[in-house]
Write a protein that binds this ligand. Structure first.
Ligand SMILES: [Mg+2]
Length: 253
């Protein structure tokens, strides 16, 4: 009889907690992102994809170093979700039930607590050893410069201050890429967002960015190395804002 009451109590407790989780989820404007955050923070598949990207990048650089160049070589990195993992900051916002408009990214950057994405450190150190110049081109605002530099250095990235290029008045990264190209041959570009790459991806529609990817398909895994980012990206900006996300799902074959 005692075990019956224990089982009954556990069942009631379980159903209550399921109910309260469900209610919290319904009221949370970012609930739809929980799966994406869990995937980045816990899945072996995420880690495997990141290692895959960095292994390809390393192979590309090793192959390039076998050739003679008249100019110095460089690799251009994006920062967020390419070298630094910000998922804890976003997860804190979701846990507080905050919407995107209420996001606390500035506070997160100031905390300098982003961690290095697996596999990145070894690759960056390999580049430095082989005298390949490392550039960090990010659309974090210039006001975040000191915190970004400190966060990168604190997790171990070798950063030259002049090679950390954040966003001034111009959103596009193309001008900053061109500055690097004036002096260096860029072997590969690494990013989690298509606008981290040359090719005109900025401010384009869903259809245009997909068409551009098809047109440039042979560049991926060669000159352009993309990292997985299920959390956010310009792909969201390309979606129409007057529709709920569920209405945008393709549900017919
Ligand atoms: Mg990024």
């Amino acid at each position: 009889m005692r075990s019956f009451f224990i089982i009954l109590s556990l069942t009631i407790f379980a159903s209550c907690s399921t109910h309260s989780n469900h209610e919290a989820a319904v009221g949370n404007p970012r609930e739809y992102q929980v799966g994406a955050y869990l995937w980045q923070q816990t899945s072996g598949e995420y880690r495997a994809l990141v290692h895959q990207a960095y292994n390809i990048a390393r192979e590309r650089v090793e192959r390039d170093l076998e050739d003679k160049h008249n100019r110095k070589r460089a690799v251009i990195f994006d920062i967020d979700e390419t070298l630094l993992d910000n998922s804890v900051g976003g997860a804190q916002e979701i846990n507080l039930g905050l919407s995107w408009k209420e996001n606390k990214f500035n506070e997160w950057v100031k905390s300098r607590k982003a961690s290095a994405i697996p596999g990145t450190m070894d690759f960056v150190k390999f580049l430095v050893e082989r005298q390949v110049e490392v550039f960090y081109i990010s659309n974090r605002a210039l006001s975040m410069y000191d915190d970004t530099y400190a966060n990168l250095v604190s997790v171990g990235f070798p950063v030259k201050k002049e090679n950390l290029m954040l966003m001034g008045e111009v959103h596009s990264k193309e001008g900053r890429r061109q500055q690097v190209l004036k002096k260096y041959d860029v072997i590969v570009y690494l990013g989690d967002n298509l606008s981290d790459f040359p090719g005109g991806f900025e401010k384009t529609s869903v259809e245009t960015r997909n068409a551009l990817v098809e047109k440039m398909q042979s560049d991926f895994g060669q000159k352009l190395i993309i990292l997985p980012n299920p959390l956010y990206g310009d792909w969201e900006r390309a979606l129409p804002s007057d529709k709920s996300r569920i209405d945008l799902l393709k549900i017919t074959p």
